[in-house]
Ligand binder design. Structure first.
Ligand code: ADP
Length: 467
């Protein structure tokens, strides 16, 4: 600034001197004055020119280069350029941060909707769009309350008490495919609101399943318990003859056994759900298991058919390939024995039950049980492995069923990477097969402890379902 002022003075002085020297005789002072004035005009004109160039440059807005170099206007343009570029950089950084923030909200598994102070939709993520059926083009700046019309939500929205969430059926919810949303509003800033939505269908279903399960277990236990306490009361109050007393005690033992079977199956299920997966390198000989299964199947058939006065079942057990399966012996035994005992229990006495073990074409191994029983209608097949699902309730109860057998089989199959295949034709019989992938079986290697293991397993089979 000082340099510029000094240059101006120097220029004026030079102009004054020039005026002084070239002025006519006797008028050097006037000449100097004219010189100073003309120099001043020239300086201002030149300055204006540079100022207009800077103005033009500002108007164009192209900040890639300074408008001028040097001088006051050069410095103004350079400083302006630097200021604008630094602001541009700041704006770019802010935009980037905003985009990253929105991308994080977009990646959220929850639906996020931002409402302005008039409760209009400012922004929402894709999950919220799915939950509420929003469309970016159509619904931005619409009032949120006009778009989500469920009465439970409307009451919550109007209450202004957002200390809890509200659940209501989500968009596209149907009786056969329900969708449940949980929505929670969080006020923030100056009258703004953040709406969080969660799909809680699976949670709700799990909760409903838990409630059903508790109700089912209570119901299953209550029946034998009621019978049992009735007999206890009779024994306590009535003076009974010995044969009658014995009959009552036998019936009580039967009910107690029924409860015990149920508790065993429940414990088995909870072990299957809660324990780590069985090791894939513990080998279980299925062919030895088949021998034990056959003995127990014959015993079960004899008990059931003697009681009803019928002929025992025609049983055949066919080990085509001697195989070992990698997994847990107690789990496999439980699954196979459930399939065999079901076939016997649901096939009328004198009917056929055939169990087989073989390697299939393609390298998978199959354990299958085929019976000539009543078969199962196709509509029941998808639900057979649900806990307590029974097609023939009375037959299941009469023959000591708990309604948990196939649920156990399904869990064991999953834990051994096996597939449970059920084929059935009403009136002609059923076929239940467990199919193990190629990496899960091998040809049997006889070991000295195999027979010991098989006899250990026999304890399981009798206690889980053939008893
Ligand atoms: P349960 O203990 O009642 O036998 P499961 O889970 O083992 O329970 O089987 C579920 C239902 O599937 C049974 O109640 C029965 O109605 C049907 N079921 C299972 N196996 C057979 C079969 N081999 N033949 C006909 N129905 C069967």
């Amino acid at each position: 600034m000082f340099g510029r002022f000094f240059s101006f003075l120097l220029f004026q002085f030079a102009a004054a001197l020039a005026g002084w020297l070239i002025a006519p005789h006797g008028r050097p002072a006037l000449g100097a004055l004219v010189g100073v004035f003309s120099a001043g005009l020239l300086w201002v004109a030149f300055d204006l020119l540079r100022g207009f160039r800077v103005l033009g440059w500002l108007r164009r807005g192209d900040m890639s280069d300074a408008a001028l170099s040097g001088g006051l206007w050069g410095e103004i343009s350079e400083r302006t350029r630097r200021l604008v570029r630094s602001r541009e950089q700041q704006a770019r950084d802010s935009e980037l941060r905003l985009q990253e923030f929105l991308a994080a909200l977009q990646a959220s598994p929850n639906g996020v909707v931002l409402l302005d102070s008039q409760r209009r939709i400012e922004w929402f993520n894709q999950t919220a769009a799915t939950h509420f059926g929003f469309d970016v083009q159509r619904d931005l700046l619409q009032h949120f309350g006009n778009l989500v019309r469920d009465p439970r939500f409307a009451a919550y929205y109007a209450s202004h008490d957002y200390s809890r969430d509200v659940t209501f059926p989500g968009r596209g919810s149907k009786p056969n495919r329900p969708v449940t949303l949980s929505v929670h509003i969080h006020p923030y800033g100056k009258g703004r609101q953040l709406v969080l939505s969660r799909d809680v269908t699976a949670l709700e279903q799990a909760e409903a399943m838990r409630r059903d399960f508790v109700a089912n277990v209570s119901h299953e236990i209550r029946t034998p318990l009621t019978v049992l306490s009735g007999f206890v009361e009779t024994l306590q109050t009535l003076p009974l003859e010995e044969p009658e007393r014995e009959r009552y005690l036998a019936l009580m033992a039967q009910q107690a056994e029924r409860m015990q079977i149920l508790v065993n199956d429940l414990l088995m299920l909870s072990r299957l759900e809660g324990s780590p997966l069985p090791a894939a390198d513990g080998w279980v000989s299925l062919s030895s298991l088949m021998q034990r299964l056959e003995e127990d199947a014959r015993a079960l058939s004899a008990v059931l058919c003697q009681a009803s006065g019928g002929r025992a079942h025609a049983l055949s057990f066919d080990v085509q390939d001697k195989l070992e399966i990698a997994g847990s012996s107690s789990e496999l035994l439980s699954a196979l024995s459930n399939l065999v005992s079901n076939a016997i229990r649901y096939t009328p006495c004198g009917g056929k039950v055939h169990a087989s073990l073989q390697v299939l074409e393609g390298g998978r191994a199959e354990f299958a049980v085929t019976d000539s029983g009543p078969g199962i209608d196709a509509e029941h097949l998808p639900r057979l492995t649900e806990r307590f699902y029974r097609v023939d309730r009375s037959r299941s109860r009469e023959s000591g069923g708990t309604g948990l057998g196939l649920a156990i089989v399904k869990h064991v199959a999953q834990r051994h990477n096996a597939e449970l295949m059920i084929e059935s034709t009403p009136g002609r019989g059923s076929r239940f097969a467990l199919i193990f992938p190629s990496g899960r079986w091998r040809q049997e290697h006889r070991r000295p402890e195999a027979s010991q293991m098989a006899s250990d397993q026999r304890v399981e089979i009798t206690s889980t379902s053939l008893s």
